[in-house]
Design a binder for this molecule. Structure first.
Ligand code: HEM
Length: 211
């Protein structure tokens, strides 16, 4: 792979954090789903035994939360709303049709990715907060039964919403060819950057010209 023709999109520390968190997320999500319906009960084997799943689910949940907060700090500046996001929204049908003929002034992440970013961060915070309230035997005793009931409902709703959001995120990552390679190797091609994130490409090109 000739790195001169490639652009660094995601640093090692962010890639390692992302994929480590993805593994933990799948373990937490599967064990969580196993308690929804009796037919999904077999999923609690992900941690070895159902008893281990019950003990480890909240601890791994905390790991997911902490790593996501680290990624929040690393990525938030690229996910703030900008005036140019409106162009992406107005042309979303072209984006979905894979038509990159017109420059859409897209920064490091597009408006859809930004919504996903805030959705993930909001839902994981709800999951963490409600999870602490229902966490037996450590914290639940400090809270009233009505509050625990509300927290249980919030936890289930936020959990399902986050799983659905992540299914969408993973689908889009496979759909946009080259983006998973970017998250694995760290690098994307210039053509990829120009067609999917034209304004970001321009910014990087301007920076390297000044050097
Ligand atoms: C198989 C599952 C997954 C795949 C294939 C995947 C793939 C990717 C890829 C390719 C990117 C980089 C996108 C780009 O460079 O434009 C990314 C970014 C990201 N992913 Fe994932 N991911 C998965 C699961 C998850 C999970 C479970 C979470 C969190 C619960 C997550 C959170 C994020 C975040 C926060 C970003 C940064 C996006 C931004 O800043 O707007 N991912 N993912």
């Amino acid at each position: 792979m000739n790195k001169d023709r490639l652009i660094l999109r995601t640093r090692f520390i962010d890639r390692a954090s992302h994929w480590f968190m993805v593994i933990c997320f799948f373990l937490v999500a599967m064990s969580g789903l196993s308690w929804f319906f009796p037919s999904l009960n077999w999923l609690n084997g992900v941690f070895g035994t159902p008893q281990l799943a019950r003990i480890l689910h909240p601890f791994f949940g905390v790991v997911v939360y902490v790593v996501l907060m680290f990624l929040f700090v690393r990525f938030v500046r690229y996910n703030l709303p900008e005036r140019e996001d409106a162009i992406w929204f107005r042309n979303v049908n072209k984006v979905l049709a894979g038509d990159h003929s017109q420059p859409l002034r897209i920064g490091k992440y597009n408006a859809g990715q930004k919504i996903l970013f805030w959705g993930i961060m909001g839902l994981i915070t709800l999951l963490m907060g409600s999870g602490v309230i229902i966490w037996r035997p450590w914290f639940a005793d400090y809270f009233s039964i009505p509050l625990i009931r509300i927290a249980l409902f919030t936890h289930a709703l936020a959990g399902i919403s986050l799983i659905l959001l992540i299914i969408g995120h993973a689908y889009l990552a496979f759909w946009v060819k080259g983006s998973i390679r970017g998250m694995i190797t760290g690098y994307v091609s210039r053509t990829w950057a120009k067609s999917h994130h034209d304004r970001w490409y321009q910014q990087i090109s301007n920076k390297s010209e000044k050097k």
